[in-house]
Ligand binder design. Structure first.
Ligand SMILES: *[C@@H]1O[C@H](CO)[C@@H](O)[C@H](O)[C@H]1NC(C)=O
Ligand SMILES: *[C@@H]1O[C@H](CO)[C@@H](O)[C@H](O)[C@H]1NC(C)=O
Ligand SMILES: *[C@@H]1O[C@H](CO)[C@@H](O)[C@H](O)[C@H]1NC(C)=O
Length: 482
């Protein structure tokens, strides 16, 4: 299909007829983010997707490693453009041509990658960005659309703009409207999407509503029924997802696009790093969501019309994500960083449970812990340093390792750092306070990780010392040059 063999017209028409007579089925896709210290090989991740019969995947960039691994998989792909590339793409058609050539056309060959969407920016209208990307989005869309047209891909690859649900607001769904300062730009974008047959992509997070607001009725975040239903004229809302979705429907209606198809670009529940982020809650939320969407019930404003697709956030934990939003940010995966299912989840694609990644290549089974025979009173700085680089989010209040005691804390920090440094023996020294052990120090739900062997990935981050060294080298050049 991607090599575009010439169908005969009759065949094409009958295909279209068959397609349109089929009932629209929402698909459950996943977000594949790669901000991890321990990255699985891309081919391992693609095998994981296939094993779990995941048909759609959303990327945050156009990572060549991921795209190469997706070649020939038949999985439909949304590639992404980061916000910091928008300025360039908005100001130069040469840049957009090049982007499309390097990151789309190259892969759209026989046995290549089935790229269906390009996400132009990621939540570029987020209120916390204070409008810094706003003016680039529309010109970038227009440039990229032309570049796709030149590459003969404009009919097949759709441009979309994933928006955070903070783009619209309202207490009652039927009163939904985009934020006043966004009305003009969103109107332009929605009109563009509409003329290209693209859906509106939105990220919805009932967890964050609950996290940010102690008064938010907890059951309303889930799909199990609630004593806090919201009555909106003739309509009653039993869960935050439907309420939020219909707020968007109302906001789109106000702009004249009440029928625009909607895709959920991100939705999910974290399992660690906050009160309310745990395995049970994540399983109940995600399973409730999947069942709800696949039931084709739709919402009060769109009965029988569920979102076109939803992309769970996220496939894997990403231990290198910023914790600015909260410690839970590194724990959204339905799988842990190493591709092991965290809980039972039926994605509705035939498997009753998630299947684990296979052939994961771990470093040797050893850990770094606090040496029990030394005085650990001097350890604070070491621990701080370790945790400033490695992931220690589970140690905090609400985390799975919060109750392992003072010494446990130190060991956990030491080990996270040691694994991050690929078990380099010097990285477990800590001035003699650390020691390597072959006994798994994990306690209860608190897991002491063992890293993965793969460092070839593009997201491998140099440690601080290297950064400082690089800085000194660059500074040297600068001094030399001036
Ligand atoms: C293609 O995408 C990659 C990864 O997102 C990015 O680093 C690169 O700059 C893009 N290529 C062009 C020509 O913009
Ligand atoms: C898990 O989180 C839910 C809400 O998100 C909360 O009601 C429940 O008490 C938590 N469970 C545990 C064991 O902490
Ligand atoms: C372990 O560290 C966490 C996070 O800094 C802290 O909340 C907890 O109180 C510590 N535990 C002990 C026993 O010091």
């Amino acid at each position: 299909m991607l090599s575009l063999p010439r169908f005969r017209v009759a065949a094409l028409i009958s295909l279209i007829l068959i397609n349109s007579s089929l009932k629209a089925e929402s698909a459950i896709g996943v977000n594949w983010g790669t901000l991890s210290f321990h990255r699985l090989k891309p081919t391992t991740v693609v095998d994981l997707l296939k094993e779990n019969k995941v048909q759609k995947v959303k990327l945050f960039d156009a990572d060549p490693g991921a795209l190469k691994a997706l070649m020939g998989s038949g999985i439909q792909v949304m590639v992404g453009i980061s916000n910091d590339m928008l300025a360039t793409l908005s100001s130069s058609t040469m840049a957009s041509d090049l982007w499309v050539r390097q990151n789309v056309s190259t892969y759209m060959v026989k046995g290549g990658v089935d790229i269906r969407y390009v996400a132009v920016g990621n939540e570029p209208f987020l209120s916390s960005y204070a409008g810094q990307y706003e003016s680039y989005v529309m010109p970038a869309l227009l440039n990229l659309q032309q570049s796709l047209a030149k590459a003969n891909l404009a009919g097949y690859v759709k441009l979309v703009v994933p928006c955070n649900a903070d783009a619209y607001e309202s207490t009652l769904p039927s009163q939904g409207a985009f934020r006043p300062e966004l009305t003009q730009i969103i109107t332009q974008i929605v009109s563009f999407l509409n003329s290209n047959g693209s859906p509106f992509v939105v990220n919805i997070y009932p967890f964050l509503s609950l996290y940010a607001n102690a008064d938010f009725p907890q059951e309303y975040a889930f799909f199990e029924g609630t004593t806090h239903a919201i009555t909106d004229g003739p309509n009653v809302y039993y869960n935050a997802f439907d309420g939020n979705f219909d707020t968007l429907v109302a906001a789109l209606s106000k702009l004249g696009y009440g029928q625009m198809p909607i895709v959920i670009g991100e939705i999910g529940w974290p399992t660690d790093g906050a009160i309310g982020a745990n395995l049970t809650a994540a399983r109940v939320f995600n399973q409730g969501l999947i069942n709800h969407v696949l039931s084709n019930k739709g919402t009060p404003l769109r009965p029988g019309v569920p979102p076109v697709d939803i992309y769970l956030f996220s496939l894997l934990d990403e231990g290198a994500k910023s914790v600015l939003p909260g410690n839970f940010e590194r724990h959204w995966g339905i799988f842990s960083f190493d591709g092991q299912a965290k809980y039972a989840l039926n994605l509705g694609s035939g498997n009753r449970f998630l299947k684990n990644a296979r052939n994961v290549q771990y470093l040797p089974s050893r850990w770094c812990v606090a040496n029990p025979s030394t005085d650990l009173s001097e350890v604070t700085n070491h621990m701080k340093l370790a945790c400033s680089v490695a992931d220690c989010t589970t140690l905090n209040y609400g985390g799975s390792c919060n109750a392992i005691g003072a010494k446990g804390n130190i060991s956990y920090a030491f080990n996270s750092y040691y694994q991050l440094q690929m078990q380099n023996s010097q990285s477990c020294d800590f001035d003699g306070l650390g020691m390597v052990t072959f006994l798994d120090p994990s306690v209860g739900d608190c897991r002491f990780v063992v890293g993965l062997t793969d460092v070839s990935s593009s997201s491998y981050r140099p440690n601080c010392r290297w950064l400082i060294l690089w800085f000194l080298i660059l500074w040297g050049f600068w001094v030399f040059a001036t």
